[in-house]
Design a protein around this ligand. Sequence first.
Ligand code: UDP
Length: 143
Amino acid sequence: MAVEQTISIIKPDAVAKNVIGQIYSRFENAGLKIVAAKMVHLSQERAEGFYAVHKERPFFGDLVAFMTSGPVMVQVLEGENAVTKNRELMGATNPKNADAGTIRADFADSIDENAVHGSDSAENAAIEIAYFFGTDGLCPRTR
Ligand code: UDP
């Protein structure tokens, strides 16, 4: 299995619930390592740029308003199968459909405020990592 990197974002609802540490524990318990992290309060422009792929969707305005409503915690997770593993830990987009024990089942209130983002492919992960951390913002684990 290939070692991959993926972007995870703990969204403003989960930051407000003060569960960053509980979510980090799930990454660590699944064997994913945090190789970059920062808390940021996204501007409208940065949130719109991040979600540009959704700009024609009816929920785009509300999504940008939500993502700029408070700080988010952005991290790069590294490990075998990191993209899929993170998506499994997150659970379905709508927390009502998320499997028990997933992050969204435990911490999300609705499809609009669903606690976490995770890259959906290795290709998008590379784009999203560059969006937040540039080309030299990671700290590979050498020990
Ligand atoms: N979203 C929303 N309403 C919808 C569908 C999506 O607010 O009806 C938001 C939600 O925050 C979701 C994000 O848009 O996480 C991106 O949607 P996507 O389908 O890519 O889901 P994800 O990859 O986050 O599970």
